[in-house]
Write a protein that binds this ligand. Structure first.
Ligand code: ZN
Length: 208
């Protein structure tokens, strides 16, 4: 069953989501919710979906970056973004640590802001500790695009969206991104869009 994805302005996207108690993980309601989220994400399509995006204020997100989504990018773009296929998995009550400074900047989008993109600085490397759908605690050390996806989805569970972290001058419709910015070099994009003042919500990070 596909569920409607709520868009920016819906209050649930700005709430801190409720952690799932251990006794709820693995229960029928959460199993069904994960299945519905998986179908919704594949239908969108997208590479990550957080429960608040379907109106559920729960610390639950899913990630899947399929090889077929990457076929739309050139080899050069994939290498630059350090993007490779990531199998489907579930994150429950995740905790994230940035293992490098949030300064690697690419255009990203969000299913709750359809039709738009912006340049968002993110850490290249993160460590995430989260429970899976079976209630097992897992540790993930992720790099490149996968690290970006994790930062984006875990932000959703705290009521944060990419527009809070973006280089605001780069905010662009998908159409204009493709027309004007997609083929520009990092140097050109930074020259055009890098803010002169620091972005307000700086994030702590520590070297591994
Ligand atoms: Zn999003």
């Amino acid at each position: 069953m596909r569920i409607k994805i709520v868009s920016v302005g819906e209050p649930v996207l700005r709430d801190a989501a409720r952690p799932l108690p251990p006794e709820e993980i693995g229960g029928q309601r959460i199993r069904d919710l994960i299945e519905h989220m998986r179908e919704t994400l594949a239908d969108a399509p997208g590479v990550g979906l957080a429960a608040p995006q379907i109106g559920e204020s729960l610390q639950l997100a899913i990630v899947e970056d399929k090889a077929e989504y990457q076929a739309r990018l050139t080899t050069e773009e994939l290498v630059e973004r350090e993007r490779w296929p990531i199998p489907f998995h579930v994150l429950i009550n995740p905790e994230i640590e940035l293992l490098s400074p949030p300064e690697l900047t690419f255009f990203e989008g969000c299913l709750s802001l359809p039709g738009f993109m912006a340049m968002v600085p993110r850490a290249r490397k993160v460590r995430v500790r989260a429970f899976n759908e079976a209630g097992e605690l897992k540790e993930i050390v992720a790099e490149g695009w996968y690290a970006r996806i994790l930062q984006h989805e875990i932000d959703h569970l705290k009521g944060t969206m990419y527009i809070d972290r973006m280089w605001s001058r780069s905010f662009s419709s998908l159409e204009n991104y493709t027309r004007h910015w997609r083929s520009r070099s990092d140097t050109e994009l930074a020259k055009e869009f890098r803010p002169s003042a620091p972005i307000l919500n700086e994030q702590p990070w520590k070297k591994e």
